[in-house]
Design a protein around this ligand. Structure first.
Ligand SMILES: Cc1cc2nc3c(=O)[nH]c(=O)nc-3n(C[C@H](O)[C@H](O)[C@H](O)COP(=O)(O)OP(=O)(O)OC[C@H]3O[C@@H](n4cnc5c(N)ncnc54)[C@H](O)[C@@H]3O)c2cc1C
Length: 273
């Protein structure tokens, strides 16, 4: 059930670049991570995998904005986000307190390179993520078009702790309850979580080690190594992971794609550290 917007918060005013939306629901995963859903204006169009500016009113009365990947697919009537909680972070120290009924700014111009348009056609789509870098891939893996473009759709999610595996249940269930992709995803989607700093019944090595050993490809039809002919890669997360893998893919004969010139891999540097 939705609660009324609290009256001690000043009403936000839309601007040319920002609309004002309503928080619909909030789900906390642990003390570092939460998801929330907001209303979607009819005029808001985006491609699954893109990011947009969102925010709250800053102490100076001006909007305090940060880039956020939309975690819901472009077909969804609402917008979902997955957020870090940085305890002294200007935005997320406050954003983590939002409640249903609260207002939030939403930018009017989504953009980004983690889109299928920036990739050449292929057979297997691998989406490599660390932490909240999962967000754009939650969008893409719930988009029915992605299952038309690729035979196999793989999310690799590396986190430190088991509780950082946001939406684990839904991902393990291969989106079987999702009205948009419940037919295609169970046959084509693969979820490869790995937890690096806590005991876990599944993988516990970093993504590079999973690639090296071939474990990453367990259960996925096709070769147990990346192939530039058939495989397409998207990466989102820590700077360290992105840098390491961008170099690795370039050495392996993959070219980086963009909206203007599609290639075999695309990246988005979401955060340092
Ligand atoms: C293209 C793009 C997409 C992004 N998408 C998301 C998203 O979907 N979800 C999300 O939570 N953040 C995302 N971010 C980061 C986001 O813009 C903010 O940095 C984050 O919300 C923290 O804001 P803040 O004002 O509280 O702290 P900031 O002052 O922005 O950051 C404080 C510190 O926290 C670290 N940090 C910031 N974000 C993260 C993170 N996500 N994970 C780990 N460490 C982090 C920073 O490196 C910095 O050292 C994205 C950034 C970019 C550039």
């Amino acid at each position: 059930m939705l609660t009324e917007a609290t009256t001690d918060k000043p009403a936000l005013e839309p601007t040319g670049a920002l609309s004002v939306e309503t928080v619909l629901s909030v789900r906390h995963w642990n003390e570092h991570l939460f998801s929330f859903r907001i209303s979607r204006p009819a005029s808001f169009r985006f491609r699954s995998g893109e990011f947009v500016m969102i925010g709250l009113q800053g102490d100076n009365g001006k909007p305090l904005l940060r880039a956020y990947s939309v975690a819901s697919p472009s077909w969804d009537e609402e917008l979902e986000f997955l957020s870090i909680k940085v305890q002294d972070g200007p935005l997320t120290s406050r954003l983590q307190l939002i409640q249903p009924g609260d207002q939030i700014y939403l930018g009017r111009k989504p953009t980004g390179t983690l889109v299928t348009d920036a990739l050449l056609p292929g057979k297997r789509l691998f989406m490599l993520s660390t932490g909240t870098g999962l967000a754009p891939f939650l969008s893409l893996s719930r988009d029915p078009d992605v299952y038309e473009f690729y035979e196999q759709v793989v999310i690799v999610h590396s986190v430190r702790r088991v509780s950082d595996l946001a939406l684990r249940e839904e991902l393990e269930a291969k989106w079987s309850e999702d009205p948009l992709v419940s037919e295609q995803a169970p046959a084509q989607f693969h979820y490869v979580p790995t937890v690096t700093r806590e005991p876990f019944e599944g993988n516990s090595a970093r993504i590079d080690k999973l690639v090296e050993s071939g474990t990453l490809f367990d259960g996925i039809p096709g070769p147990a190594a990346f192939d530039p002919e058939t495989d397409r890669i998207m990466m989102c997360g820590s700077m360290e992971m992105i840098k390491q893998f961008a170099a690795y893919f370039e050495e392996s004969g993959f070219t980086e794609g963009s909206n203007a010139a599609p290639g075999q891999f695309v990246i988005e540097r979401a955060f340092v550290g």
